[in-house]
Design a protein around this ligand. Structure first.
Ligand code: TXA
Ligand code: MG
Length: 343
């Protein structure tokens, strides 16, 4: 049955073209084609160093609306604009805030998104009516080359259906988005695996709205104190498994997610006994544990959540890292997947 379903969904995806592209030295003809689609108001899914994005010409209102439709994303959730150079970022802002120069010098191109006051030329459709705009300069050679070829600011959320784990491969993009996407540039799996850090520079001190690829510790070297928005810091330090709550889910697999603090010495034993208990109750159980470092865990996490869903697992037991380094971003995504965060 599952084979049949897979075949069926693959048939539906024929509308979207998928082209392999070398992640280090992207082919100029392919980029030119993708750039033309963007200039003509179409949608192109492309790799960044974090996750795949679903791109559209950021100043073309009709194109931006297509992103929301394809993702089934609610109109209140604003998009990030991707730029290829600093001048393009400055052109989208009304006023350069403190720390902007120091942060872009240190972390761009890279997985840091800066929220700044928007220029009037940024459409309300991109910012969901806010006076601020989120901007980032991606480091992935394909994303960078696409921005140069198109010579446009590109609005791009993660290329998943709203509420699903972000896509770290082109196959994930096609799994979620079967309609309205003109082209997927397939450069293989992304290297970071979790999304960019979103930092609000319109507040003083600046505040991390979403922890991500650039760590709080690294930001602190430039900013001194960094605030972390409530709901994403190490707010849940309870012992043992965290039962799923009633809060709205994000980054959610279809299975129920139970989390285990990796720091506690008996973590592995408690996961094992919980798995055995669930299996006795007739549940299909999946485990996600750290093989070596948390960076690799981050890189593979979203793919594992999708795999376990595809295997129709009912409960996922997952190790939870301490709230430091990339661990802060992983905790945030897992707490949301378990329905525990209110951000
Ligand atoms: O790594 C990433 O950031 C990926 C790649 C494709 O660049 N993009 C991404 O976009 O994760 P998205 O749309 O899935 O997440 C953007 C986040 C959302 O949580 C959104 O609410 C927030 O950034 N955001 C966007 N504009 C904002 C603004 N003006 N103020 C506050 N938050 C904003
Ligand atoms: Mg997203």
């Amino acid at each position: 049955l599952s084979l049949f379903l897979f075949h069926f969904s693959a048939t539906v995806t024929t509308m979207t073209e998928r082209i392999q592209i070398n992640p280090q030295i992207p082919d100029a003809a392919v980029l030119a084609r993708a750039a033309k689609i963007l200039r003509d108001g179409g949608l192109v899914a492309f790799p960044t160093e974090t996750v795949y994005g679903l791109g559209a010409h950021a100043l073309d209102i009709a194109a931006v609306r297509k992103i929301f439709a394809a993702k089934e994303r609610p109109s209140w959730d604003p998009l990030i604009i991707h730029v290829g150079n600093l001048a393009a970022a400055v052109a989208l802002t009304r006023k350069i805030p403190p720390f902007f120069e120091a942060l872009t010098t240190e972390f761009w191109p890279g997985p840091l998104t800066l929220v700044v006051e928007k220029s009037p030329k940024v459409p309300d459709e991109v910012t969901s009516g806010r006076k601020t705009v989120a901007i980032r300069m991606p480091a992935h050679p394909v994303a960078h080359a696409l921005l140069e070829a198109a010579n446009l600011p590109i609005a791009a959320p993660s290329a998943n259906k709203f509420g699903r784990p972000s896509p770290t491969t082109a196959a994930h993009v096609l799994e979620d988005l079967q309609n309205g996407v003109d082209l997927v540039l397939d450069a293989g799996p992304t290297t970071l695996g979790v999304e960019s850090t979103v930092l609000d520079l319109t507040q003083n001190p600046p505040k991390i709205l979403r922890p991500g690829g650039v760590t709080r510790e690294n930001l602190a070297k430039i900013l001194g104190e960094v605030e972390v928005a409530r709901g994403v810091s190490a707010e849940i330090e309870r012992e043992g498994a965290l039962a799923p709550g009633m809060t709205e889910k994000h980054y959610a697999p279809r299975a129920q997610v139970e989390l285990f603090e990796a720091n506690l010495h008996d973590c592995a034993a408690r996961m094992r006994s919980r798995a055995e208990q669930l299996q006795r109750d007739g549940k299909r159980v999946g485990l996600i544990t750290r093989a070596d470092d948390w960076e690799r865990f981050a890189r593979e996490l979203f793919a594992k959540l999708r795999e376990l869903d595809a295997q129709k697992v009912e409960v996922i037991l997952c190790e939870l890292p301490p709230a430091e380094g990339i661990g802060l971003a992983i905790r945030d995504r897992l707490l949301r997947a378990a329905g525990k965060s209110e951000l």
